[in-house]
Design a protein around this ligand. Structure first.
Ligand SMILES: [Zn+2]
Ligand SMILES: [Zn+2]
Length: 117
């Protein structure tokens, strides 16, 4: 592949538009990706910001889902032990344990996501 501006062998490819670039034409984005122009640099940067923000959002909602489930599970179990209505005891404790398990699952999901990024 040749450089888009010069008739020499390209040393790299723009990460946004895929054009060939020689060492004179290569530009670097703040995240060290190759780019051919200011426009491509800003497009790559915007795309990376959006991706990292989306990842952070899913991670945060999984974590808050985990803590929410822990709290709900604890309340249900506590209620199951203290209620005087025996038919409710088994039900609330079962639901409480299920909530804790769900919290653990969310927690695990949030953890594995943060490992990837
Ligand atoms: Zn480009
Ligand atoms: Zn060039």
């Amino acid at each position: 592949m040749e450089c888009i501006n010069h008739e020499v062998q390209a040393k790299g490819i723009c990460n946004n538009c895929g054009k060939g670039l020689c060492s004179d034409c290569i530009q670097f984005t703040p995240s060290n990706k190759l780019s051919c122009s200011e426009e491509c640099t800003s497009e790559i940067t915007i795309r990376e910001t959006v991706v990292s923000q989306t990842l952070n959002k899913t991670k945060n909602s999984a974590l808050s889902g985990a803590y929410g489930s822990y709290v709900l599970g604890a309340i249900f179990i506590w209620f199951g032990f203290y209620t005087k209505i025996s038919e409710l005891q088994l039900f609330t404790i079962t639901v409480g344990v299920g909530m804790l398990a769900m919290g653990a699952f969310f927690h695990y999901a949030a953890k594995s996501k943060s490992k990837q990024s």
